[in-house]
Design a protein around this ligand. Structure first.
Ligand code: FES
Length: 104
């Protein structure tokens, strides 16, 4: 499968979706530099905020209380908000679409 990442300027990027990696890792490892991901993926910074495009939510597990609390600290939270370091990719074929949220 692959990830379609919509950056802050609206441009789309197609990245490989490697099973077991997080979406944050895929974005960072493929040279997109819009995600700060300051805490390195330990769910404590909220700078890896993304929006999962409608229809793709089921590809990821539900959020923990920690993720929910951190997202509440963002001025840009939407119903589709997730922290991308908490989104582990499955091995399914097909694309997953996500957009990078504005910086807080
Ligand atoms: Fe810090 Fe995701 S990288 S919460």
């Amino acid at each position: 499968g692959n990830l379609i990442i919509i950056d802050r300027s609206g441009q789309e990027h197609s990245l490989p979706a490697t099973e077991g990696l997080s979406v944050m890792e895929a974005i960072r490892d493929n040279g997109l530099d819009e995600l700060l991901a300051l805490c390195g993926g330990c769910c404590s910074c909220a700078t890896c905020h993304v929006y999962v495009e409608p229809g793709y939510e089921h590809r990821f597990g539900s959020m923990t209380d920690d993720e929910n609390d951190l997202l509440d600290s963002s001025d840009h939270r939407k119903a589709t908000s997730r922290l991308s370091c908490q989104l582990v990719m499955d091995g399914e074929a097909g694309s997953i679409r996500l957009a990078i949220a504005p910086e807080d």
